[in-house]
Design a protein around this ligand. Sequence first.
Ligand SMILES: N[C@@H](CCC(=O)N[C@@H](CS)C(=O)NCC(=O)O)C(=O)O
Length: 202
Amino acid sequence: MKLYYAPGACSLAVHIGLHEVGARFQAVAVDLATHSIAGKGDYFDVSPRGYVPLLEFDDGSRHTEAAALLQYVADLDPTHALIGAPGSSRRLLVIEWLSFVSTELHRMFSPWLWHKETAESTLGTVREKLSARFAELDALLSDREYLAGDYSVADAYAFTIISWATYLSLPLTPYGHLQAYLRRVAARPAVQAALNAEKRGR
Ligand SMILES: N[C@@H](CCC(=O)N[C@@H](CS)C(=O)NCC(=O)O)C(=O)O
């Protein structure tokens, strides 16, 4: 299995998940500025949308969408309890949070990160909406360690996306519980392994 990723992009969530379950995979770095793969040409030949993350299976099939890939990765080894069993309330809760991160946080950040032409007025609205979501998460995390109670793939996704706030003019200082949560997730060995692998380009 191959993971196409770009350092620090949303693909980091899937990278973390693969390390959490101890999967065997090859990580392939993509330069999103040029949509190219070092020494291997045009990334649009792999992904017509030019997006990471993308998982390529050994049979050549290719799959995208971070929230879907994270569910697949969590199911690779259920003993890690990164998502609940099919039909369980734990699974519903984890998928609920994956969807929240995807639509309420990830999509909200996109105009900033990938569409530099976005008008300042739109950014103002996005900033307000993200701040409201951060406040909501901050309150939630005042009495629980992770989004779905115990650690799950939704936390790998939330950690990845919320960390982007530090690249933008969106301070996290008002949200002490959220900051403590990010530190808690960052301290996990699988998270460190994925971050270090991305620093080394692996
Ligand atoms: N709907 C996709 C979006 C993935 C996405 O936005 N990927 C960004 C990196 S975080 C990307 O590859 N952007 C490159 C581009 O827009 O050209 C998902 O949820 O996985």
